[in-house]
Design a protein. Structure first.
Length: 319
């Protein structure tokens, strides 16, 4: 007798199982079942031999992964729990990272941090070639969560740890990129630390022959120097050259790149160009991006519009 037939028979007799809400995946509606009481589930689970439990958890994890799509990724936490119970810690970590990302998009910052902390504990029990890369990603994701909730010092610390993990894993591009994120966070509370992070990012990029990342680190450093220490035509011209290097290397400019350089253009009285660049940043942002990026882009645009004398537009942009 097929498993579905057994489930249907038990439901019809009102024994142990009941029909749950159907789950739709890839356009197909599937009937699911659940125990009528958790005690039934727990009693049957305890009777299973350890080897059977591991096998069933692994099979459930594989099956749920096959049902995942880009639009239905909400089962990542369940998949991670089954992989953890089966002792497949590397895939448990990978799926927990996805679950933490889901939590971050819901602005559930505490949940995201708890998931990432647990994932790091699981990752320490692995010894495969990707252990170091996962450690880097976990630390970077932690920095992203801290940044999103406004804990800039904690974000900078997490990004610094992530950079060290990337260096240990011999991934210089990742190290340079995350050091730039550390600079972005540190600029809110410790400008010298932010500039030092940019210098370290540039040096890592130089050592790795990564010209676009060197240009990005230089651009970020110059922009923050201008914004915090005052106007300098020499620095502004150097920042413009760094931006041109990025463009010529076909590097994809991030919203943060556009926002910082828009502020430099405001200093240079290039208000029209600054407005356009702030709009470019806004067009690349979506609701899941950090509120700080949205605020930065809107502030740059509002300031440029106000200095152009378009006060009504500036007011609407900033409110």
């Amino acid at each position: 007798m097929k498993s579905d037939d057994v489930c249907i028979a038990l439901v019809e007799r009102g024994q142990f199982l009941r029909t749950a809400v159907g789950a739709e995946r890839a356009g197909e509606l599937r009937t699911t079942y659940e125990f009528t009481h958790a005690l039934y589930r727990d009693a049957l689970y305890r009777r299973l031999p350890t080897s059977s439990r591991i096998t069933y958890h692994r099979r459930l994890a594989h099956g749920l992964e096959r049902l995942r799509t880009a639009d239905h990724d909400d089962v990542a936490g369940t998949v991670a729990a089954h992989y953890e119970a089966a002792g497949v810690y590397d895939r448990a970590v990978t799926n927990t990272i996805v679950a933490a990302g889901n939590a971050l998009r819901r602005y559930a910052h505490a949940e995201a941090l708890a998931l990432l902390t647990h994932a790091r504990e699981l990752n320490q029990q692995t010894s495969d070639p990707e252990t170091g890369a996962r450690e880097f990603e976990l630390l970077q994701r932690r920095g992203d969560v801290e940044y999103a909730r406004g804990e800039m010092a904690l974000a900078a610390d997490a990004y610094d740890e992530a950079a060290a993990a990337a260096v240990r894993a011999d991934v210089p591009a990742a190290a340079a990129q995350v050091l730039i994120r550390a600079a972005r966070s540190a600029a809110f509370f410790d400008v010298p630390r932010a500039l030092d992070a940019c210098d370290r990012a540039a040096q890592v990029a130089i050592d790795g022959g990564l010209t676009p990342l060197e240009a990005r680190a230089t651009l970020v450093r110059l922009c923050w120097t201008l914004l915090h220490r005052g106007w300098s035509r020499e620095l502004a011209d150097t920042a413009t050259a760094a931006l041109e290097t990025l463009v010529q290397s076909n590097a994809d400019l991030t919203p943060a790149d556009h926002i910082l350089f828009a502020n430099v253009q405001v200093f240079r009285a290039e208000y029209g160009d600054a407005t356009a660049r702030a709009d470019a940043a806004l067009s690349r942002l979506d609701p899941t991006d950090s509120v700080w990026e949205h605020l930065g882009a809107l502030a740059a645009k509002g300031g440029a519009l106000a200095l152009r004398g378009r006060l009504g537009e500036a007011y609407r942009t900033l409110t």
